[in-house]
Design a protein around this ligand. Structure first.
Ligand code: FAD
Ligand code: NDP
Length: 471
């Protein structure tokens, strides 16, 4: 189906003879980056089409950030019910209804799909439903219809990567987790990254027995070492059975329909569902990149320069498909910078320094800037300030959850170059501090800032004594 405000593609094609193009910008993929690029370009008065093969909004809205966070809230209620008694509430044993959660999520997502459609139409974007294939430097096919565009933007996102092993056909990815027909009583999660940790936490909170299998010696490679240890300990205390330095050898289906996972060391784990969260790769299969000889990395990501130009000058790529930082706000920032370059005053750029990020584990992780290890590589002398404590809430909650705050400081300039939090709403806390780090805030400035009491965040402005060097 095609939803055209005006002009329609055919009307656009019959535009003046000096304009051989149907559109100034043809966007492939209506996810985070694609929708933002299409909408902002159309608002600048250029002719824009966007093709989408699935639901408007892409991964973030349909199978990522939004449904994940809704399920994370659902898991949070389990903690709240458990804690309520300590605060004087007498609650009956609560019952979790998986069908009700799925239905609530589906309703909200379809509301969002509608809003995305309205935003695009309202901006004057032609929305084409279907798979798009690049046929030439200025040509895209959607179904049997061929379109000519001055610029083509690839915003096709990513797709889960699952390695080969015996029994691969029995496992699923995060794409299928949100709508599982039956709630998995026993869930085995493979991977130690964002998705594996978040889903392990969420399903543990919702009541599943969760085993998490990670091939290397720690969760969340690339995060600060203290954060990695701390979250593994907190998730373990909350009930996730974390197996490090472990690999899946075989997954087999038992007679009763359940799955049996055999690990490399011969140990076996029974599960109802096995989730593979072992990274995401660029979604370029069937896109036709070979028709124009687009350069890709050895992992299949589209190679772009600092201005999101691919190896073909009229074709651009942003977001997960070019595999820089696979985060929604990064895709949005890239979309706006690209549109500004193609159709605007070329003032907007994306600064990849100090991109804050959160992992919605229970408790949450929020982080911005350098890890301690990165800072030690970059600066001659680094000071670490760290506190690990029980938040006020847990004095009565009956839970023994702890929180961590950590600052990494370049001693020579006194600048805070890394800030890491594990605790309730860590993402909310770190967003504001990210501005301070980008502004070059010093430790002295942190120290002179009055705290907000009693909060977890105040700990970040009250850390006074550096961790001894050999700690
Ligand atoms: P996408 O949003 O993936 O959109 C690509 C779109 O292109 C899709 O709709 C796809 O159907 C369409 N498409 C692909 N090929 C074609 C074609 N040939 N023709 C037509 N249409 C096509 N990021 C965060 O910042 N915070 C989070 O909390 C977070 N949680 C996540 C949780 C999960 C489980 C996952 C999987 C991801 C999460 N992310 C999160 C990452 C975030 O979703 C992505 O970084 C973001 O969606 C990337 O946007 P994009 O525009 O590059 O691609
Ligand atoms: P990640 O790259 O974060 O993690 C992949 C994990 O899989 C790592 O633990 C890795 O191990 C492991 N792994 C990779 N290959 C194999 C293999 N062959 N066998 C066994 N284990 C393997 O990817 P995710 O899939 O978790 O998420 C993809 C991206 O989506 C994230 O990087 C993030 O950018 C984005 N995202 C963001 C979220 C947020 O902002 N809150 C939430 C969810 C996703 P090792 O550590 O040893 O390399």
């Amino acid at each position: 189906m095609t939803t055209t405000p005006s002009p329609s593609p055919s009307a656009a094609r019959s535009a003046p003879a000096d304009d051989a193009f149907d559109f100034d910008l043809f966007v492939i993929g209506a996810g985070s980056g694609g929708v933002r690029a299409a909408r902002t370009a159309a608002q600048r008065g250029v002719r824009v089409a966007v093709a989408e093969a699935a639901a408007l909004g892409g991964t973030c809205v349909n199978l990522g950030c939004i449904p994940k966070k809704l399920y994370s809230y659902a898991a949070g209620y389990a903690e709240a019910f458990e804690e309520a008694r300590g605060f004087g509430w007498r609650v009956e044993a609560p019952v979790f209804d998986w069908e009700a959660l799925k239905a609530g999520r589906a309703k909200e997502i379809s509301r969002l799909n509608g809003i995305y459609g309205q935003l695009l139409l309202g901006a004057g974007v032609t929305v084409l439903e279907g798979w798009a294939q690049i046929c030439g430097p200025h040509e895209v096919m959607v179904g049997t219809q061929r379109y000519r565009a001055r610029h083509i933007l690839i915003a096709c996102g990513g797709t889960p990567f699952v390695p080969d092993f015996a029994g691969r056909e029995f496992v699923i990815t995060s794409d299928e987790m949100f709508d599982l027909p039956a709630f998995p009583r026993r869930l085995l999660v493979v991977g130690g990254g964002y998705i594996a940790c978040e889903f392990a936490s969420i399903f543990n909170g919702l009541g599943a027995e969760v085993t998490q299998v990670q091939r290397s010696g720690g969760l969340l490679s690339g995060f600060d070492q203290d954060v990695r240890h701390f979250i593994a300990s907190e998730m373990g205390k909350a009930g996730v059975d974390i197996r490090l330095n472990a690999q899946v050898a075989v997954v087999s289906r038992e007679d009763d329909g359940s799955l049996l996972v055999t690990l490399g060391d011969g140990r076996q784990v029974a599960a109802d569902t096995v989730l593979y969260a072992t990274g995401r790769i660029a979604n370029t299969a069937g896109l036709g990149i070979e028709n124009v000889g687009l350069k890709t990395t050895d992992k299949g990501a589209i190679v772009v320069d600092a201005h999101y130009r691919t190896s073909v000058p009229s074709i651009h790529a942003i977001g997960d498909v070019s595999s820089r930082l696979q985060l929604t706000p990064v895709a949005l920032g890239e979309a706006m910078a690209l549109v500004d370059r193609l159709f605007g005053d070329r003032k907007r750029t994306v600064d990849y320094d100090c991109v804050p990020t959160a992992v919605f584990t229970h408790p949450n992780i929020g982080t911005v800037g350098d890890t301690e290890a990165e800072a030690r590589e970059k600066y001659e002398e680094v000071e670490i300030f760290r506190a690990d404590f029980r938040a006020l809430r847990h004095t009565l909650s009956g839970r023994d959850e702890r929180s961590l705050v950590k600052l990494v400081v370049d001693k020579a300039s006194d600048r805070v170059v890394g800030l890491h939090v594990v605790g309730a709403d860590a993402g909310e806390i770190v967003q504001g501090f990210a501005v301070a780090l980008r502004a070059g805030a010093t430790k002295a400035l942190f120290d002179s800032t009055i705290g907000i009491h009693p909060t977890l965040a105040e700990e970040l402005v009250t850390l006074r004594t550096p961790v001894p060097k050999d700690d």
